[in-house]
Design a protein around this ligand. Structure first.
Ligand SMILES: [Zn+2]
Ligand SMILES: [Zn+2]
Length: 373
């Protein structure tokens, strides 16, 4: 199933300003809200699509990535395999962070006071820290996620098995009570049923009437090669369970890539500094440069200046979505020895004598040109 363009989903142009996005989102979210379309699976899909499009386009960084890379730039595609493997993964430090992305999406009654029964569960956010190597190779992460799930005992209704929620007598099942204030009649969510219009006389023992229970679930998530800090993977349906039989929210895994000892990363390119000796730089040499896999030989020409940058093609990070690799840029820097053997000292002193003669023959400006030329 191919994903629709986010701008198309929100029915706006590619240059749409923030305010325009927001009002488009509001308009569409209200149109497709589950409360307004009970039991309509198509509307629910549209609602999710709109929410996802807005989540990406309303974030400047995500939007820029989406503009450049399309869907591949902002998500692994829905449903990045999840199953129930059980092996532990060592070097992932993960910080779980219950975060209200969901406030933006679901759960809210769309005006009108009366909340119909089913409510979509909140989306969850999980911050996952990985190494640069893991980002380069892709990986499977085991996440442990405490979340609310629909109660099995009562199938999410909150009522003791065999019983049912009944219409609230305080509001007559309307979820709203009206009272007179001056000339106006004002509606307010019914306190007795918390606006649902239904009350549970005998609550379910498993969930104490909430319809949902907190449970820790282990989820296996495939992290695609090439992700970077800020990459967000959506795992559809793995957020919190919906209330009273509503659909589950989604899980968003937000990637944080740890700093690396050797490499700096910019997009799909890597940068590294490699020390060379004066003799190697002056005479030319084949040096060994680190890559994310094994070290690789690199020829530097005679007369290489410190700070010269060499490009090693295709040895950068993989590009998200499997379209090749970036490059590795190696900056060589001249390393001055801190200690010398007697032989080295003798040779350098000899060299120094010749160098001095060489430079004394020239004027000061020539020397400066020599250095910066
Ligand atoms: Zn229950
Ligand atoms: Zn009521």
């Amino acid at each position: 199933m191919s994903k629709r363009d986010y701008y198309e989903v929100l029915e706006v142009g590619r240059g749409a300003a923030e305010g325009e996005l927001k009002s488009a989102y509001k308009r569409l979210a209200v149109r497709y809200h589950p409360d307004k379309n009970p039991g309509n699976a198509e509307a629910e899909e549209k609602f999710k699509e709109v929410a996802e499009a807005y989540a990406v386009l309303s974030n400047a960084e995500q939007r820029a990535r989406y503009d450049r890379f399309g869907h591949a730039g902002v998500s692994s595609g829905a449903g990045a395999g999840f199953g129930g493997g059980a092996q532990g993964f060592g070097n992932i430090e993960d910080i779980f962070d219950l975060f209200g992305i969901g406030d933006m999406f679901g759960g809210r009654a769309s005006g009108g006071g009366r909340r119909t029964a089913a409510q979509r569960g909140s989306d969850l956010r999980y911050d996952l820290e990985i190494t640069l190597e893991e980002a380069a190779g892709g990986m499977t992460a085991q996440l442990r996620i405490p979340r609310l799930e629909g109660c099995d005992d009562c199938k999410g209704t909150g009522a003791k098995p065999g019983t049912q929620a009944e219409n609230c007598t305080t509001c007559g099942g309307q979820g709203q009570v009206r009272y007179q204030q001056g000339f106006f009649s004002v509606g307010r969510a019914c306190a007795a049923c918390r606006g649902t219009g239904r009350v549970i006389k005998s609550p379910c023992d498993g969930c104490r009437g909430a319809g949902r229970v907190e449970r820790e679930k282990q989820i296996e998530v495939k992290i695609p090669a090439g992700v970077e800090t800020g990459s967000r993977l959506r795992i559809a349906g793995e957020g919190e369970g919906g209330a009273l039989g509503g659909p589950a929210g989604d899980l968003y895994v937000v990637i944080h890539v740890k700093a690396h000892d050797l490499f700096e990363r910019q997009g799909s390119n890597l940068y590294a500094a490699v020390p060379v000796t004066f003799a190697q730089a002056a005479l030319g040499a084949e040096i060994s440069v680190p890559t994310l896999a094994e070290a690789q030989p690199l020829k530097i020409p005679a007369g290489t200046q410190t700070g010269t940058v060499f490009r090693v093609k295709g040895r950068g990070m993989p590009i998200l979505g499997g379209r090749g690799h970036g490059d590795l840029f190696v900056s060589v820097s001249l390393r001055t020895p801190k200690t010398l053997t007697r032989e080295q000292r003798r040779l350098l002193e000899e060299l120094s004598k010749i160098e001095d003669h060489d430079l004394e023959d020239k004027g000061l400006m020539d020397k400066v040109r020599d250095i910066f030329g």
